[in-house]
Design a protein around this ligand. Structure first.
Ligand SMILES: *[C@@H]1O[C@H](CO)[C@@H](O)[C@H](O)[C@H]1NC(C)=O
Ligand SMILES: *[C@@H]1O[C@H](CO)[C@@H](O)[C@H](O)[C@H]1NC(C)=O
Ligand SMILES: *[C@@H]1O[C@H](CO)[C@@H](O)[C@H](O)[C@H]1NC(C)=O
Ligand SMILES: *[C@@H]1O[C@H](CO)[C@@H](O)[C@H](O)[C@H]1NC(C)=O
Ligand SMILES: *[C@@H]1O[C@H](CO)[C@@H](O)[C@H](O)[C@H]1NC(C)=O
Ligand SMILES: *[C@@H]1O[C@H](CO)[C@@H](O)[C@H](O)[C@H]1NC(C)=O
Length: 440
Protein backbone atom coordinates (compact mmCIF):
# COMPACT_ATOMS: atom_id res chain seq x y z
CA UNK A 1 0.00 0.00 0.00
CA UNK A 2 1.24 3.42 -0.92
CA UNK A 3 0.65 6.27 1.47
CA UNK A 4 0.36 9.71 -0.05
CA UNK A 5 3.33 11.88 0.82
CA UNK A 6 3.25 15.57 1.55
CA UNK A 7 6.02 17.48 -0.18
CA UNK A 8 8.80 18.14 2.30
CA UNK A 9 8.69 21.88 1.72
CA UNK A 10 5.03 22.04 2.75
CA UNK A 11 5.72 19.98 5.80
CA UNK A 12 8.63 22.21 6.77
CA UNK A 13 6.71 25.43 6.32
CA UNK A 14 3.89 23.97 8.35
CA UNK A 15 6.31 23.12 11.12
CA UNK A 16 7.81 26.58 10.95
CA UNK A 17 4.34 28.10 11.17
CA UNK A 18 3.64 26.01 14.23
CA UNK A 19 6.85 27.12 15.86
CA UNK A 20 6.21 30.73 15.01
CA UNK A 21 2.68 30.66 16.29
CA UNK A 22 3.68 29.07 19.55
CA UNK A 23 6.57 31.43 20.10
CA UNK A 24 4.55 34.52 19.28
CA UNK A 25 1.89 33.29 21.64
CA UNK A 26 4.59 33.18 24.25
CA UNK A 27 5.04 36.92 23.98
CA UNK A 28 1.67 38.42 23.27
CA UNK A 29 -1.48 36.79 24.52
CA UNK A 30 -4.34 36.43 22.06
CA UNK A 31 -7.06 37.73 24.26
CA UNK A 32 -9.88 37.64 21.74
CA UNK A 33 -9.47 34.09 20.44
CA UNK A 34 -12.77 32.29 20.82
CA UNK A 35 -12.85 29.15 22.92
CA UNK A 36 -13.51 25.97 20.93
CA UNK A 37 -15.23 22.70 21.75
CA UNK A 38 -15.54 22.20 25.49
CA UNK A 39 -12.22 23.83 26.41
CA UNK A 40 -11.95 27.34 27.78
CA UNK A 41 -8.88 29.46 28.16
CA UNK A 42 -8.09 30.35 31.76
CA UNK A 43 -6.32 33.63 32.50
CA UNK A 44 -4.60 34.85 35.61
CA UNK A 45 -6.37 37.85 37.04
CA UNK A 46 -3.16 39.89 36.40
CA UNK A 47 -2.84 38.69 32.79
CA UNK A 48 -2.78 41.32 30.01
CA UNK A 49 -6.10 39.70 28.91
CA UNK A 50 -7.64 40.55 32.25
CA UNK A 51 -9.36 43.90 32.66
CA UNK A 52 -8.87 43.43 36.41
CA UNK A 53 -5.08 43.62 36.54
CA UNK A 54 -3.86 46.36 38.85
CA UNK A 55 -3.85 49.72 37.13
CA UNK A 56 -0.48 50.40 38.68
CA UNK A 57 1.69 47.78 36.99
CA UNK A 58 4.65 49.08 38.93
CA UNK A 59 3.90 46.90 41.94
CA UNK A 60 7.25 45.56 43.04
CA UNK A 61 7.75 41.83 43.34
CA UNK A 62 7.57 42.01 47.10
CA UNK A 63 4.42 44.09 46.95
CA UNK A 64 2.64 41.73 44.59
CA UNK A 65 3.62 38.67 46.66
CA UNK A 66 2.44 40.34 49.82
CA UNK A 67 -0.79 41.35 48.12
CA UNK A 68 -1.46 37.78 47.00
CA UNK A 69 -0.67 36.56 50.48
CA UNK A 70 -3.06 38.99 52.03
CA UNK A 71 -5.77 37.83 49.64
CA UNK A 72 -4.96 34.27 50.68
CA UNK A 73 -5.53 35.15 54.30
CA UNK A 74 -9.04 36.27 53.42
CA UNK A 75 -9.55 33.19 51.29
CA UNK A 76 -8.60 30.96 54.19
CA UNK A 77 -11.05 32.76 56.41
CA UNK A 78 -13.68 32.12 53.78
CA UNK A 79 -12.78 28.41 53.50
CA UNK A 80 -12.74 28.02 57.28
CA UNK A 81 -16.13 29.65 57.45
CA UNK A 82 -17.40 27.04 54.99
CA UNK A 83 -15.93 24.29 57.09
CA UNK A 84 -17.46 25.40 60.34
CA UNK A 85 -20.64 26.56 58.58
CA UNK A 86 -20.63 30.04 59.89
CA UNK A 87 -22.73 32.21 57.65
CA UNK A 88 -20.75 35.35 58.27
CA UNK A 89 -17.05 35.45 57.63
CA UNK A 90 -15.01 37.19 60.30
CA UNK A 91 -13.37 40.24 58.87
CA UNK A 92 -10.27 41.76 60.37
CA UNK A 93 -11.26 45.26 61.35
CA UNK A 94 -9.80 48.26 59.60
CA UNK A 95 -8.27 46.19 56.86
CA UNK A 96 -9.76 45.99 53.43
CA UNK A 97 -9.98 42.39 52.45
CA UNK A 98 -9.97 41.41 48.83
CA UNK A 99 -10.89 37.86 48.24
CA UNK A 100 -11.51 37.50 44.55
CA UNK A 101 -10.28 34.25 43.07
CA UNK A 102 -7.17 34.19 40.95
CA UNK A 103 -8.29 32.82 37.61
CA UNK A 104 -10.90 34.01 35.14
CA UNK A 105 -12.58 32.56 32.05
CA UNK A 106 -14.88 33.79 29.32
CA UNK A 107 -18.55 32.87 29.65
CA UNK A 108 -21.36 33.94 27.36
CA UNK A 109 -24.77 34.56 28.86
CA UNK A 110 -28.15 35.08 27.22
CA UNK A 111 -29.51 35.28 23.69
CA UNK A 112 -27.80 36.95 21.88
CA UNK A 113 -24.77 36.06 24.04
CA UNK A 114 -23.11 38.67 26.26
CA UNK A 115 -19.52 37.91 27.25
CA UNK A 116 -18.43 38.17 30.87
CA UNK A 117 -15.04 37.32 32.39
CA UNK A 118 -16.10 35.20 35.33
CA UNK A 119 -13.86 34.01 38.12
CA UNK A 120 -13.61 30.26 38.44
CA UNK A 121 -13.88 28.90 41.94
CA UNK A 122 -13.62 25.19 42.76
CA UNK A 123 -14.76 25.76 46.35
CA UNK A 124 -18.07 27.37 45.46
CA UNK A 125 -21.28 26.03 43.99
CA UNK A 126 -23.21 29.01 42.81
CA UNK A 127 -22.89 31.18 39.75
CA UNK A 128 -23.72 34.83 39.96
CA UNK A 129 -23.12 37.86 37.75
CA UNK A 130 -23.67 41.58 38.19
CA UNK A 131 -26.86 42.60 36.41
CA UNK A 132 -27.60 45.96 34.81
CA UNK A 133 -28.65 48.52 37.35
CA UNK A 134 -26.80 46.75 40.15
CA UNK A 135 -26.19 49.07 43.07
CA UNK A 136 -22.66 48.76 44.46
CA UNK A 137 -21.27 46.24 41.96
CA UNK A 138 -17.56 46.71 41.34
CA UNK A 139 -17.57 46.80 37.53
CA UNK A 140 -19.36 48.84 34.90
CA UNK A 141 -19.65 45.65 32.87
CA UNK A 142 -22.87 43.86 33.72
CA UNK A 143 -25.32 41.43 32.22
CA UNK A 144 -28.21 43.26 30.58
CA UNK A 145 -31.02 40.83 31.29
CA UNK A 146 -33.56 42.95 29.41
CA UNK A 147 -31.61 42.40 26.20
CA UNK A 148 -31.73 38.62 26.42
CA UNK A 149 -34.75 36.85 24.93
CA UNK A 150 -34.11 33.74 27.02
CA UNK A 151 -33.77 35.41 30.46
CA UNK A 152 -36.27 34.65 33.18
CA UNK A 153 -36.71 35.02 36.94
CA UNK A 154 -37.36 31.84 38.86
CA UNK A 155 -40.50 31.80 41.00
CA UNK A 156 -40.39 31.52 44.75
CA UNK A 157 -41.96 28.10 44.60
CA UNK A 158 -39.34 26.69 42.19
CA UNK A 159 -37.27 23.81 43.61
CA UNK A 160 -34.07 25.79 42.93
CA UNK A 161 -35.26 28.54 45.29
CA UNK A 162 -34.95 26.17 48.23
CA UNK A 163 -31.30 25.46 47.35
CA UNK A 164 -30.01 29.01 47.80
CA UNK A 165 -29.05 30.63 51.07
CA UNK A 166 -31.56 32.96 52.73
CA UNK A 167 -34.23 32.89 50.02
CA UNK A 168 -37.03 35.46 50.18
CA UNK A 169 -39.97 36.26 47.96
CA UNK A 170 -40.15 39.54 46.08
CA UNK A 171 -43.68 39.20 44.85
CA UNK A 172 -43.52 35.82 43.12
CA UNK A 173 -39.81 36.05 42.30
CA UNK A 174 -37.13 34.18 44.22
CA UNK A 175 -34.53 36.50 45.75
CA UNK A 176 -31.55 35.58 47.88
CA UNK A 177 -28.66 37.12 49.80
CA UNK A 178 -25.22 35.62 50.14
CA UNK A 179 -21.94 36.56 51.77
CA UNK A 180 -18.70 36.26 49.84
CA UNK A 181 -15.50 37.31 51.58
CA UNK A 182 -16.24 40.70 53.07
CA UNK A 183 -19.02 41.34 50.56
CA UNK A 184 -22.71 40.66 50.61
CA UNK A 185 -24.88 40.39 47.55
CA UNK A 186 -28.62 40.51 47.00
CA UNK A 187 -29.68 38.77 43.82
CA UNK A 188 -32.65 37.51 41.84
CA UNK A 189 -32.55 33.80 41.21
CA UNK A 190 -32.65 33.65 37.43
CA UNK A 191 -32.18 31.38 34.45
CA UNK A 192 -30.67 31.94 31.05
CA UNK A 193 -28.52 30.17 28.50
CA UNK A 194 -24.85 29.95 29.51
CA UNK A 195 -22.49 29.23 26.65
CA UNK A 196 -19.10 27.83 27.64
CA UNK A 197 -16.70 27.52 24.70
CA UNK A 198 -19.03 26.05 22.03
CA UNK A 199 -21.50 24.44 24.42
CA UNK A 200 -24.81 26.15 25.12
CA UNK A 201 -26.36 25.17 28.47
CA UNK A 202 -30.02 26.30 28.38
CA UNK A 203 -31.91 27.38 31.49
CA UNK A 204 -28.80 27.73 33.64
CA UNK A 205 -29.71 28.83 37.16
CA UNK A 206 -27.69 31.75 38.51
CA UNK A 207 -27.89 34.82 40.69
CA UNK A 208 -28.54 38.11 38.92
CA UNK A 209 -26.98 40.60 41.35
CA UNK A 210 -29.09 43.67 42.13
CA UNK A 211 -27.16 45.04 45.06
CA UNK A 212 -23.69 44.50 46.49
CA UNK A 213 -21.58 45.79 49.36
CA UNK A 214 -17.92 45.34 50.19
CA UNK A 215 -14.90 44.86 47.97
CA UNK A 216 -14.52 41.10 47.65
CA UNK A 217 -16.59 40.41 44.58
CA UNK A 218 -15.05 39.18 41.37
CA UNK A 219 -15.96 42.13 39.12
CA UNK A 220 -17.80 40.18 36.39
CA UNK A 221 -19.18 37.33 38.41
CA UNK A 222 -18.31 33.91 39.67
CA UNK A 223 -18.67 30.43 38.21
CA UNK A 224 -18.73 27.78 40.93
CA UNK A 225 -17.09 24.47 40.04
CA UNK A 226 -17.89 22.85 43.38
CA UNK A 227 -20.10 19.84 43.54
CA UNK A 228 -23.19 21.08 45.36
CA UNK A 229 -26.67 21.18 43.81
CA UNK A 230 -26.48 24.49 41.91
CA UNK A 231 -22.91 24.18 40.63
CA UNK A 232 -21.92 23.93 36.99
CA UNK A 233 -21.35 20.20 37.40
CA UNK A 234 -24.84 19.58 38.71
CA UNK A 235 -26.46 21.74 36.06
CA UNK A 236 -24.63 20.20 33.13
CA UNK A 237 -24.59 16.58 34.20
CA UNK A 238 -25.82 15.28 30.83
CA UNK A 239 -23.26 17.29 28.93
CA UNK A 240 -20.14 17.08 31.06
CA UNK A 241 -20.81 14.01 33.24
CA UNK A 242 -19.44 15.79 36.33
CA UNK A 243 -15.93 15.70 34.91
CA UNK A 244 -13.51 18.57 34.30
CA UNK A 245 -9.84 19.34 34.40
CA UNK A 246 -7.70 22.44 34.36
CA UNK A 247 -4.14 23.46 33.89
CA UNK A 248 -3.39 26.71 35.69
CA UNK A 249 -0.82 29.04 34.16
CA UNK A 250 2.06 30.23 36.26
CA UNK A 251 1.72 33.76 37.59
CA UNK A 252 5.37 34.23 36.67
CA UNK A 253 4.42 34.20 33.00
CA UNK A 254 1.24 36.21 32.92
CA UNK A 255 1.17 36.21 29.13
CA UNK A 256 0.27 32.56 29.08
CA UNK A 257 -3.16 31.13 29.51
CA UNK A 258 -4.13 27.79 30.91
CA UNK A 259 -7.24 25.80 30.13
CA UNK A 260 -10.40 24.44 31.65
CA UNK A 261 -11.58 21.30 29.86
CA UNK A 262 -15.16 20.31 30.56
CA UNK A 263 -16.47 16.76 30.17
CA UNK A 264 -14.81 13.37 29.88
CA UNK A 265 -13.69 13.84 26.24
CA UNK A 266 -10.04 14.72 25.73
CA UNK A 267 -8.98 14.14 29.32
CA UNK A 268 -5.50 12.68 29.88
CA UNK A 269 -5.30 8.91 29.92
CA UNK A 270 -1.97 8.69 31.68
CA UNK A 271 -2.63 10.30 35.00
CA UNK A 272 -2.32 9.28 38.64
CA UNK A 273 -5.41 9.29 40.83
CA UNK A 274 -6.32 9.63 44.47
CA UNK A 275 -9.86 9.09 45.82
CA UNK A 276 -12.05 12.14 46.38
CA UNK A 277 -13.58 12.21 49.84
CA UNK A 278 -17.02 13.55 50.50
CA UNK A 279 -17.82 15.77 53.42
CA UNK A 280 -21.63 15.79 53.66
CA UNK A 281 -21.47 18.90 55.83
CA UNK A 282 -19.52 20.76 53.22
CA UNK A 283 -20.40 19.20 49.91
CA UNK A 284 -18.75 21.79 47.68
CA UNK A 285 -15.15 21.24 48.83
CA UNK A 286 -12.88 18.71 47.13
CA UNK A 287 -11.32 16.73 49.96
CA UNK A 288 -8.52 14.21 49.35
CA UNK A 289 -6.52 12.02 51.69
CA UNK A 290 -3.02 13.44 52.19
CA UNK A 291 -1.10 10.83 54.15
CA UNK A 292 2.48 12.08 54.27
CA UNK A 293 4.98 14.57 52.85
CA UNK A 294 8.44 13.74 51.63
CA UNK A 295 11.25 16.27 51.38
CA UNK A 296 13.95 14.88 49.14
CA UNK A 297 13.84 11.21 50.04
CA UNK A 298 12.89 11.65 53.65
CA UNK A 299 9.31 11.18 54.79
CA UNK A 300 8.85 13.98 57.27
CA UNK A 301 7.71 13.07 60.75
CA UNK A 302 4.22 14.56 61.02
CA UNK A 303 1.53 13.47 63.48
CA UNK A 304 -1.28 11.70 61.56
CA UNK A 305 -3.81 13.98 63.27
CA UNK A 306 -2.49 16.84 61.13
CA UNK A 307 -3.90 15.15 58.03
CA UNK A 308 -6.95 13.36 59.45
CA UNK A 309 -10.18 13.76 57.49
CA UNK A 310 -13.07 14.47 59.82
CA UNK A 311 -16.43 15.45 58.29
CA UNK A 312 -17.68 16.70 61.65
CA UNK A 313 -14.91 19.23 62.31
CA UNK A 314 -14.19 19.78 58.61
CA UNK A 315 -10.53 18.88 59.07
CA UNK A 316 -8.53 17.30 56.28
CA UNK A 317 -6.98 18.38 52.98
CA UNK A 318 -8.64 20.09 50.02
CA UNK A 319 -7.59 21.12 46.52
CA UNK A 320 -8.52 24.76 45.92
CA UNK A 321 -7.93 26.94 42.87
CA UNK A 322 -8.62 30.20 44.67
CA UNK A 323 -5.89 30.09 47.33
CA UNK A 324 -2.47 30.95 45.89
CA UNK A 325 0.02 29.44 48.36
CA UNK A 326 -0.39 26.03 49.98
CA UNK A 327 -1.21 26.08 53.68
CA UNK A 328 -0.55 23.22 56.04
CA UNK A 329 -1.71 23.00 59.63
CA UNK A 330 1.06 24.19 61.92
CA UNK A 331 2.61 20.86 63.02
CA UNK A 332 2.80 19.68 59.40
CA UNK A 333 4.17 22.94 58.07
CA UNK A 334 6.81 23.24 60.77
CA UNK A 335 8.09 19.72 60.16
CA UNK A 336 8.22 20.22 56.37
CA UNK A 337 9.91 23.59 56.67
CA UNK A 338 12.52 22.33 59.13
CA UNK A 339 13.44 19.43 56.86
CA UNK A 340 13.52 21.78 53.85
CA UNK A 341 15.88 24.13 55.71
CA UNK A 342 18.06 21.22 56.82
CA UNK A 343 18.35 20.00 53.24
CA UNK A 344 19.11 23.44 51.85
CA UNK A 345 21.93 23.86 54.34
CA UNK A 346 22.18 24.51 58.03
CA UNK A 347 24.69 27.25 57.61
CA UNK A 348 22.69 29.50 55.32
CA UNK A 349 20.95 32.49 56.81
CA UNK A 350 17.17 32.18 56.69
CA UNK A 351 15.15 35.36 56.38
CA UNK A 352 11.44 36.03 56.04
CA UNK A 353 9.20 37.94 53.71
CA UNK A 354 5.66 38.74 54.75
CA UNK A 355 4.16 35.44 55.84
CA UNK A 356 6.92 33.34 54.29
CA UNK A 357 9.43 32.29 56.90
CA UNK A 358 11.96 30.40 54.78
CA UNK A 359 13.72 32.79 52.41
CA UNK A 360 17.32 32.92 51.23
CA UNK A 361 19.28 35.68 49.63
CA UNK A 362 21.89 33.39 48.08
CA UNK A 363 21.36 30.77 45.35
CA UNK A 364 20.24 27.47 46.89
CA UNK A 365 20.05 23.82 45.90
CA UNK A 366 16.43 22.83 46.34
CA UNK A 367 15.19 19.45 47.48
CA UNK A 368 12.06 18.06 45.81
CA UNK A 369 8.86 17.91 47.79
CA UNK A 370 6.36 15.08 47.39
CA UNK A 371 2.77 15.16 48.54
CA UNK A 372 1.85 11.55 49.26
CA UNK A 373 -1.86 11.06 48.78
CA UNK A 374 -3.66 7.70 48.99
CA UNK A 375 -2.55 5.96 45.80
CA UNK A 376 -0.78 8.98 44.31
CA UNK A 377 2.56 10.65 44.93
CA UNK A 378 2.93 14.12 43.45
CA UNK A 379 6.52 15.32 43.34
CA UNK A 380 6.80 19.05 42.83
CA UNK A 381 9.67 20.61 40.93
CA UNK A 382 11.32 23.80 42.15
CA UNK A 383 9.01 25.94 40.00
CA UNK A 384 6.07 24.90 42.15
CA UNK A 385 7.93 25.31 45.40
CA UNK A 386 9.81 28.57 45.23
CA UNK A 387 9.11 32.15 44.46
CA UNK A 388 12.06 34.18 43.24
CA UNK A 389 12.24 37.92 43.01
CA UNK A 390 12.83 38.93 39.40
CA UNK A 391 16.11 40.46 40.39
CA UNK A 392 17.07 37.07 41.79
CA UNK A 393 17.96 38.52 45.11
CA UNK A 394 15.57 36.53 47.25
CA UNK A 395 14.00 33.07 47.08
CA UNK A 396 11.29 31.81 49.42
CA UNK A 397 9.58 28.51 50.07
CA UNK A 398 6.10 29.31 48.76
CA UNK A 399 4.03 27.73 51.51
CA UNK A 400 2.95 28.67 54.98
CA UNK A 401 1.24 27.43 58.08
CA UNK A 402 -2.52 27.77 58.27
CA UNK A 403 -3.36 30.92 60.20
CA UNK A 404 -3.45 30.01 63.88
CA UNK A 405 -6.03 32.60 64.81
CA UNK A 406 -8.59 30.77 62.73
CA UNK A 407 -8.28 27.56 64.64
CA UNK A 408 -7.60 26.18 61.24
CA UNK A 409 -7.97 22.50 60.62
CA UNK A 410 -7.67 22.60 56.86
CA UNK A 411 -4.68 21.82 54.66
CA UNK A 412 -5.12 23.59 51.33
CA UNK A 413 -3.26 22.49 48.20
CA UNK A 414 -3.24 25.84 46.44
CA UNK A 415 -2.81 27.13 42.89
CA UNK A 416 0.95 27.87 43.01
CA UNK A 417 1.53 24.19 43.76
CA UNK A 418 -0.91 23.14 41.00
CA UNK A 419 0.46 25.33 38.22
CA UNK A 420 1.63 23.50 35.13
CA UNK A 421 -0.12 20.34 36.20
CA UNK A 422 -3.39 19.02 34.82
CA UNK A 423 -5.76 18.46 37.70
CA UNK A 424 -8.67 16.20 36.77
CA UNK A 425 -11.87 16.08 38.81
CA UNK A 426 -13.63 12.81 37.97
CA UNK A 427 -16.74 12.72 40.14
CA UNK A 428 -18.45 9.66 38.63
CA UNK A 429 -15.41 7.65 39.70
CA UNK A 430 -14.90 9.73 42.84
CA UNK A 431 -11.28 10.50 42.13
CA UNK A 432 -8.90 13.37 41.48
CA UNK A 433 -6.01 13.00 39.05
CA UNK A 434 -2.78 14.97 38.71
CA UNK A 435 -0.29 14.89 35.82
CA UNK A 436 2.52 17.26 34.82
CA UNK A 437 1.58 19.47 31.88
CA UNK A 438 3.36 22.61 30.78
CA UNK A 439 0.64 25.08 30.02
CA UNK A 440 2.77 28.15 30.66
C1 LIG B 1 3.68 40.04 27.43
O1 LIG B 1 2.92 40.71 26.43
C2 LIG B 1 3.11 42.11 26.41
C3 LIG B 1 2.22 42.68 25.33
O2 LIG B 1 0.92 42.26 25.50
C4 LIG B 1 4.57 42.42 26.12
O3 LIG B 1 4.76 43.81 26.21
C5 LIG B 1 5.44 41.73 27.17
O4 LIG B 1 6.80 41.92 26.84
C6 LIG B 1 5.16 40.25 27.20
N1 LIG B 1 5.94 39.64 28.28
C7 LIG B 1 6.60 38.50 28.14
C8 LIG B 1 7.34 38.03 29.33
O5 LIG B 1 6.63 37.87 27.09
C1 LIG C 1 -35.71 41.05 40.27
O1 LIG C 1 -36.88 40.74 40.99
C2 LIG C 1 -37.77 41.83 41.20
C3 LIG C 1 -38.96 41.32 41.97
O2 LIG C 1 -38.68 41.31 43.31
C4 LIG C 1 -38.22 42.39 39.87
O3 LIG C 1 -39.00 43.53 40.08
C5 LIG C 1 -37.03 42.74 39.02
O4 LIG C 1 -37.43 43.12 37.72
C6 LIG C 1 -36.09 41.57 38.89
N1 LIG C 1 -34.92 41.98 38.14
C7 LIG C 1 -34.36 41.22 37.21
C8 LIG C 1 -33.18 41.78 36.51
O5 LIG C 1 -34.75 40.11 36.97
C1 LIG D 1 -31.11 40.96 51.53
O1 LIG D 1 -30.47 42.16 51.13
C2 LIG D 1 -31.38 43.20 50.83
C3 LIG D 1 -30.63 44.35 50.23
O2 LIG D 1 -29.43 44.61 50.88
C4 LIG D 1 -32.13 43.59 52.11
O3 LIG D 1 -33.05 44.62 51.85
C5 LIG D 1 -32.87 42.36 52.64
O4 LIG D 1 -33.46 42.64 53.87
C6 LIG D 1 -31.92 41.18 52.79
N1 LIG D 1 -32.73 39.99 53.07
C7 LIG D 1 -32.39 39.12 54.02
C8 LIG D 1 -33.29 37.93 54.17
O5 LIG D 1 -31.41 39.26 54.73
C1 LIG E 1 -36.07 26.01 29.32
O1 LIG E 1 -37.17 26.66 29.90
C2 LIG E 1 -38.22 26.91 28.96
C3 LIG E 1 -39.34 27.71 29.60
O2 LIG E 1 -39.14 27.98 30.91
C4 LIG E 1 -38.76 25.60 28.43
O3 LIG E 1 -39.76 25.84 27.48
C5 LIG E 1 -37.63 24.82 27.79
O4 LIG E 1 -38.10 23.55 27.41
C6 LIG E 1 -36.48 24.67 28.75
N1 LIG E 1 -35.37 24.07 27.99
C7 LIG E 1 -34.69 23.03 28.43
C8 LIG E 1 -33.63 22.51 27.54
O5 LIG E 1 -34.91 22.53 29.52
C1 LIG F 1 28.96 25.08 58.80
O1 LIG F 1 29.99 26.02 58.97
C2 LIG F 1 31.02 25.58 59.84
C3 LIG F 1 32.00 26.72 60.10
O2 LIG F 1 31.82 27.76 59.18
C4 LIG F 1 31.71 24.37 59.22
O3 LIG F 1 32.71 23.89 60.09
C5 LIG F 1 30.68 23.27 58.99
O4 LIG F 1 31.26 22.17 58.32
C6 LIG F 1 29.52 23.82 58.16
N1 LIG F 1 28.46 22.80 58.11
C7 LIG F 1 27.87 22.46 56.98
C8 LIG F 1 26.81 21.41 57.09
O5 LIG F 1 28.13 22.94 55.90
C1 LIG G 1 4.91 6.82 47.10
O1 LIG G 1 6.25 6.83 47.49
C2 LIG G 1 6.57 5.90 48.52
C3 LIG G 1 8.02 6.00 48.84
O2 LIG G 1 8.35 7.21 49.37
C4 LIG G 1 6.26 4.50 48.08
O3 LIG G 1 6.48 3.60 49.15
C5 LIG G 1 4.82 4.41 47.65
O4 LIG G 1 4.56 3.13 47.12
C6 LIG G 1 4.51 5.47 46.60
N1 LIG G 1 3.11 5.42 46.30
C7 LIG G 1 2.64 5.33 45.07
C8 LIG G 1 1.18 5.25 44.92
O5 LIG G 1 3.37 5.30 44.09
Amino acid sequence: MKTPQLPLSILLSFLLLLLLSTSSQAQTPKCSVQDQGSTLEVFHIYSPCSPFRPSTPSLSWEESILQMQQKDQARLQFLSSLVVRRSVVPVASGRQIIQSPTYILRAKIGTPPQTLLMAMDTSNDAAWVPCSGCVGCPSSVAFASAESTTYKNLPCKSPQCSQVSNPTCGGWACLFNVTYGSSTIAANLSQDTFTLASDPIPNYTFGCIQKATGSSLPPQGLLGLGRGPLSLLSQSQNLYKSTFSYCLPSFKSLNFSGSLRLGPTGQPLRIKYTPLLKNPRRSSLYYVNLVAIRVGRKIVDIPPSAFAFNPTTGSGTIFDSGTVFTRLVAPAYTAVRDEFRRRVGRNLTVTSLGGFDTCYSVPIVVPTLTFMFSGMNVTLPADNLLIHSTAGSITCLAMAASPGDLNSVLNVIASMQQQNHRVLYDLPNSRLGVARERCS
